[in-house]
Each structure stands twice: as structure tokens, then as C-alpha cells.
Design a protein around this ligand. Sequence first.
Ligand code: AGP
Length: 609
Amino acid sequence: MCGIVGYIGEENAADIIYKGLERLEYRGYDSAGIALVSQSGEVEIRRSVGKLNRLGANLVKNPLVGKVGIGHTRWATHGKPSEENAHPHTDETKSIVIVHNGIIENYAELKNMLQKEGVTFKSETDTEAVVHLIKKYYKGNLLQAVQTALKEIKGSYALVIIDKNNPDRIVCARLDAPLIIGIGENENFIASDIPALLPYTRKMMFLENGDIAEITKDKISVLDKKNNPCEREIKTILWDAVQAEKGGYKHFMLKEIFEQPRTIEDTFKGRIYPEEGRVYIEEAKLEADFLNKLSKVYIVACGTSYYAGLVGKILIENFARIPAEVDTASEFRYRDPICDNSLIIVISQSGETADTLAALRLAKEKGCPTLAVCNAVGSSLSREAHHVIYTHCGPEIGVASTKAFTGQLTALYVLALDWAAKKESMSKEMLKKYLKELWEIPLKVSEFLKKADSVQEIAKIFTNKRDFLYLGRNVNYPVALEGALKLKEISYIHAEGYPAGEMKHGPIALIDERMPVVAIAPKGKVYEKMLSNIEEAKARGGTVIAVVSEKDEIIKQKSDYQIFIPETDEYLSPIMAVIPLQLLAYYIAVILGCDVDQPRNLAKSVTVE
Ligand code: AGP
């Protein structure tokens, strides 16, 4: 998730673009850059690593002057944060300049083809392949070159391009990544999100998937995905800047819950090919001979990331048939673990959690290979681990982790299936089945999120409770833990996640009408066992909220409230089952008037012990 701003008009583009980028920093900030066609007719570029203000300082020392330009704040997915990898990127003649938000799935093939044709690449990014491809087809008309190039591109993109030989226009295109055109007087703007445009205009045109647009200072021409000229509605946006950063949602947490279809897809896209039964993790190439020699995988993390690791253990053991052990980083680092023939996987959204970093460093001191599952390219964890698989969730602003958790689960599914393919521990048919199921998850999550109000109705009933018990089994026991954590960390209501099979060994004594029970019971091999646990809870006066698969008719007689989630393979059910629990916690906390995005006593990244 990156921030894009473009301008064409009579003002100095650099000032407008920079101020627009400042309002998009929540979308990404590991590097930034601006490019203009200067008054001399040449392309001028300024790029800086780190926070946007580094670029600001650069611009003060080396100002840019020109009336058409593009800018970008980066949240890296391919290639570490560096000046070379910062956008904008140009072709070899420095005539065509591009900024991009999204993931070019087939960039490696494009890069290989272009290099064979003699093109020299300067960066590690997927984006650079696009600008060279446009140049390849450029015969003087930028729009036509972009249209031709896009036919060879697979993936998601919001692209904004300028050309020194056509300095009176900007060309842009979007597929599965947002682009908005701001309408001005004798000037026009383009941005990846509304906040960047609000200081200049409230009249906005939202491009649709497959649209390509050519923008001059006084004209906007849009072609739809069939290349037909079309009109896109111009809307007047009345949000203030803060509302706009949240995309109109009341809290970042809610926005991030609703981003999950996109972030789950972004995390597996370019890595799984269901029709071929193929998995490809570019940045974590662990081969069969290495995997076959492993005696154990340790999975180490904190909080929500630890719960993702508990799911990961079951996936790695069942898919790749490698023994796995999960530990909290704060325990692992003090237990002097035996790591012979082991791989240590560390999971962290921020990549800066002190205990997890310490565990990684301990593993390396013991000579263990390490792999990070991380959301922050360039973070300490991702730099220090031997291997890394990135979640592509964009910045997670809400302290309570939501999209990062489902991103971690997605990365762990991809990893476990990659290993199963390499170890041939799973049949090709089963591999294709799981890959197809994973491919369908984003749509199923979208479908469920349309029913978010039904969860809100249930939340209203339980805001006066002081204790909750969350129960799950097998792959959904970690989801019970995660659901309980969500509730307690943002509503301050005590909640406990427990393996449902353990009820008889103690927690059943707690159950009465004052303590609601959330039971996660989707279809699967432990469904009947969960039904028994639900009946036990009911028999003791408990109120049961059951998270169950759609079309489950039995559950209505057994529980008080039901939240139906789309059916999916049992192993994939944690990604589905956690969404209602995120929403339940969110709505209860909002009704209680809690500070959902910044709950008391908590930090987004625990960088101290
Ligand atoms: C989860 O909602 C919390 N914010 C917290 O448990 C978090 O998951 C934990 O601190 C680990 O953070 P990390 O993933 O950035 O390492």
C-alpha cells in the first residue's frame, strides 16, 4: 500500500505533490520521491529513504520547478527501502516516469524479457519493469504505449505516468488499487486516496477497475476496461482530513478489518498458482533437501502473531509433515532451546518487537537458520533473519492487530503448501484443492463483511458483561485465543481463550448466565465435539454465541446466537472465523466508548521488554 499524488496545472507541482504526500503518510513511509518535467523540458527527480520529511529537506536544498509532476510514498513489497528502490522510476532515457501502488505478479518474467532485450535495470522493484515496458512500446503517444504495455501485465496496479515529450498530460491506469482524480480550475490532480486532494478540491472522480485516463490541466478523458470512452461520476467529498485518512470509517481498526479481502489477496498473489498447483515464494527459497533434513521448526512470536504461529504449527505438521513447536518469544529467549537441525520462524507485524528480535538473535547465535514472517520491509527482523516472507498488508495503524493476523495466516498457508509441494508430502490434487480454497478466501471474507451489522446487533446485547470465555479446537483454538485478546485489549473486558476440550478440567466451573461463551464451531472433524461443549455450557446456564458454517441448521437449537461464516476447508477456517471475532470486539468497545485505535496501556509495537 503506497501513496501516490500527481498534478498538472499552472502552479508549482512540487509543493502541491509534497503536501499531498504528507496526507498519505499513513499509507507508507519507508521512502519517497517526486519527479517533474522541469521548465527546461527535462525530467527532474528527487528521492529520499526514510520518512517523508527527509524528502522535504532534500527539496529545500534542491528545489524542483515545473507544472506537471508525480510523487510517491512507499510501503515496500519488492526490494528493501533504499533510494534506488524509491519511486518514481524512469526508463533508460529518463523520458518516461512512473509511480505505482500494487503488485506486478509477473514482473520477474517481464524483467527477464527486457534484460534479454538489453534493458538495464537500476532497482529491485516490480514497478521498474512497467516503465521499461511502456518505453518499449512508445512511439510518441504515451497513452497508446501504456495501453499496449498493460496487456502484458498481470497483478494489481495504480499507475501514474508522465513523459517529458508530452509535458501537457498525465496518463494513469488502475486495476485492483484505487486512483482518484481531483478536479480543479485550470488544473487537475490525481491521488491514491482522498486525503491528498482535500486541500485543493472536493470534486473527485473515482476511476474504476480497468480504467485508463489521460489528464491535461483542463480535460480528463477516461477509457474503460474495454477501451471505450466513458464518463465517470464526479462526487463532492465533504469529509475532513482525519475522516478521509480513515477512508470514511470511524476508526482505523474498522477500516483495516474491511481491508482484509485486499490484504489477504495481496499476500498470496504472485505466490500461488492454483491451476498449475504451483507455489513460488521469491524471497524465501528453502529447498527440499534443506526441508527434508529438518528435525523441528520452532515458531516464535508475541501476542496476536504468536496465535498465528499456533495455526502455523498445525499447517506445517499436517501439510509438510515437519514437527513444529510454538513458543512466546519472551519464554523462548530464556529457555536455552535445543535447536539442532531446526529452523526458527519468527512472526511479527512490526518487525521491531523486542522479545521477538531477541529470540531471533538467540537462534542465530545457536547457528540456526531463521525465517521471518513480517509486514514491514526493512524492519530489524526482516533485515536480520536469513529468509523472509512478507505479508502485504500495508501499514496497520490500529493497535489491535487485525489485517496483519490474517496476512500472517495467509503467509503461513503459502509457506506450508510450498514446503508440502517441495517435500511431496501432499498429493498434487490436494495441493491444488488448498490453493483454490485459499484463492477464494478474499471473496468469502468480502461476502461475510457485508453482514457486519448482524455482529453489531449481537455486540449490543453483551456490552454489560465482565467476563467472556472463547472456546475452539484444533486450528480454531488459536482463534479462540485471538478473539479473546481482541476483546480484552480494546474493551477492557476480561476474556479467556481456552481449548474446548479442556472445559471439564476447570473452566466449566466459571460458566453461568453472567459469562457468555463464544464457541468457534465451523464444519470439520471437531464439529461434533464442539457441539458437545456448547451443550455443556448451555446446561450450566451459559449464553452461547456460536461462530458456525453457513447452512448449519443443527446449531440453532443448541446455541443462543449464531454468526454464520462462509464454508471453507477446515484448515482455512481460522481466516474466516476470526473476522466476526474482530468485529464483535470492535463493536462492543465502540459502544463502551473505548479508544479503539489507541487502547490504554498498549503500544502498536512493543520495542522494549
Ligand atoms: C495484538 O492485537 C497486539 N497489538 C499485540 O499482541 C501484538 O500482536 C504483539 O505485540 C506482537 O506485535 P508484532 O506482531 O508487531 O511483533
